[in-house]
Design a binder for this molecule. Structure first.
Ligand SMILES: [Fe+2]
Length: 361
């Protein structure tokens, strides 16, 4: 049941995030940004960390350019998982050579995000070319082979045991943020495979790998129908829901969702033009969600590309006072946001792997 008892004590603003003046507003929010909420007001910055004792990283930062998955040099290698829980794993693939087998993941849906590189997914539904900025969704159990054609390759790979679906933003109609007809489907083709005695299908099952050898190539089909198929979506085709009067919570930019997590896409868009309203994300404690953000691009040059950050649920975050003050000095009403990024927001805590721990800055 939606909570309905709202009260206020002491100094506060009439409209959250607007007209704060000397006040600092911290957003404490349950169930992402949909549940019970408190705005707490102070006159001092709440996120000036002096030091930390214990194993907690208030904000973990990993440069994915330093991740060396086994698929970087070995065509039979696999992506390197950095963060995982029971609902989703977040991995990096740097595959440079084609899969020498047909591949099928029976552990869940796969959602690729292409940070750099190009190539094709050869699927049993046809061929799907990919380029930077593409999400490629391969449903659980669908057979494919990944064939990079570029030297550089860096892919974010999410695996979800529960089905991943495009998020419906019911209040804005059916043609934004994603008009379904912008999705690109595979093109049926004759792969022209030369005859072989047997064809390998490599299967991921329960985290293990087995190979089944078939007389005929499992990728070659002549047609299909149904509502289960791989597809891709380029982030330039995502229309951001935005406001020039208030900073929207990131749930406005959710692109995909599955049990236990959602995938949020940050795309360049107008900033808040009302100089009396907050433009930077508010100080907040996202109490029931871990946040993991991957930086794909930033036209302003302010962010390091390819960085993956992780903020555990319940931990206060948001730019510190010095960053806010510097931003406010150069802020103008016609500013635009320049970040392109992908955030994976999870209900269960994400557990960093040993590689993630080793690479944490
Ligand atoms: Fe956040």
């Amino acid at each position: 049941m939606r909570s309905w008892i709202h009260v206020a004590r002491g100094r506060h603003v009439r409209q959250a995030r607007v007209g704060l003046g000397e006040l600092r507003e911290e957003h404490i929010s349950r169930q992402g940004f949909f549940g019970p909420v408190a705005m707490v007001y102070r006159t001092d910055g709440p996120n000036e960390i002096v030091r930390v004792e214990g194993t907690l990283h208030p904000r973990r930062l990993v440069d994915t350019a330093r991740v060396e998955p086994s698929d970087q040099n070995d065509p039979r290698g696999v992506p390197e998982v950095l963060l995982a829980n029971a609902d989703v794993s977040i991995a990096i693939s740097r595959r440079t050579r084609a899969m020498p087998f047909a591949y099928r993941n029976t552990d869940g849906d796969l959602l690729y995000f292409v940070h750099e590189g190009s190539g094709t997914f050869a699927t049993e539904f046809g061929r799907l070319a990919y380029e930077p900025g593409d999400y490629v969704l391969i449903p659980k159990g669908v057979t494919f082979a990944l064939n990079p054609t570029s030297d550089a390759c860096r892919l974010l790979v999410l695996e979800s045991p529960a089905p991943l679906a495009l998020t419906q933003h019911v209040q804005v109609g059916r043609h934004m943020p994603v008009d379904p007809t912008v999705l690109t489907l595979p093109e049926l083709c004759d792969y022209g495979f030369a005859w072989r005695d047997e064809w390998e299908l490599r299967v991921k099952h329960g985290g293990a790998y087995s190979s089944i050898f078939y007389r005929n190539n499992p990728l070659q089909t002549v047609g299909w129908k149904g509502d289960l198929f791989p597809y891709k979506l380029n982030i330039r085709d995502i229309i951001p829901i935005s406001s020039d009067r208030i900073h929207l919570p990131p749930s406005a930019w959710a692109t995909f969702e599955a049990t236990g997590f959602m995938v949020v896409t940050f795309v360049p868009q107008m900033a808040v033009s009302d100089l009396n309203a907050e433009e930077l994300p508010s100080y907040h404690r996202n109490v029931d969600y871990d946040e993991s953000v991957f930086v794909h691009d930033d036209a302003s040059g302010a962010r390091r590309l390819g960085m993956l950050s992780h903020t555990p649920q319940g931990i206060l975050h948001g730019a510190d006072e010095a960053t806010r003050a510097a931003f406010q000095k150069r802020r103008t009403p016609d500013m635009r946001r320049t970040l392109t990024g992908v955030s994976v927001d999870t209900e269960r805590p994400l557990i960093p792997t040993a590689v993630c721990e080793r690479l944490t800055e």
